[in-house]
Design a protein around this ligand. Structure first.
Ligand SMILES: [Zn+2]
Length: 157
């Protein structure tokens, strides 16, 4: 697994503005939803973030957002809930709550519970992000970014 952390730096003053974590070229926990431009908190110059608001995303980008969400739920479910469940089942054997014959069934139950919990959390976060993004696009929230008319995505077809 290769993990690359990209730091967005202000070209004017060099301040680190934002980080994104890529695991095997796959943008992991970080979202792709956000204002396309932002102001540097240190010097106030305008920066291009590489993000876009939900309302400005193409159908392909929206589909990719959900694919990424599903993949990330599956991976984190297996690693976190699977690993945690196996350890928890092992602890329960140690405490005499279950016997060794129940180990696999027990860790499977924890895996299912844990991964649905994780997936639920991820989906809720994603919905929240989309809602916030749509609110920003409608101008409900006060933000410091401005749209650059010249940078809109090219129309398809
Ligand atoms: Zn700056």
């Amino acid at each position: 697994m290769s993990t690359v952390i990209t730091v967005l730096r202000c070209p004017e003053c060099g301040a680190a503005v934002r980080e994104s974590v890529n695991i095997n070229g796959f943008r992991a926990a970080n979202t792709t939803i956000g204002p396309p431009t932002m102001l540097c908190p240190a010097c106030g110059c305008e920066l291009i973030t590489g993000l876009s608001e939900w309302a400005d995303k193409s159908p392909v980008e929206r589909a990719w957002f959900f694919v990424r969400l599903a993949l990330w739920s599956a991976v984190s479910g297996l690693v976190v809930a699977g690993g945690g469940g196996a350890i928890l089942a092992f602890v329960l054997i140690g405490c005499g709550v279950i016997d060794e014959g129940q180990y696999e069934a027990c860790s499977l139950v924890f895996l299912c519970l844990g991964s649905s919990l994780l997936a639920g959390m991820l989906v809720r976060n994603a919905r929240c992000e989309i809602r916030q993004s749509l609110a920003r696009s409608r101008g409900d929230l006060v933000t410091h970014h401005r749209y650059q008319p010249g940078r809109r995505r090219p129309s398809v077809g």
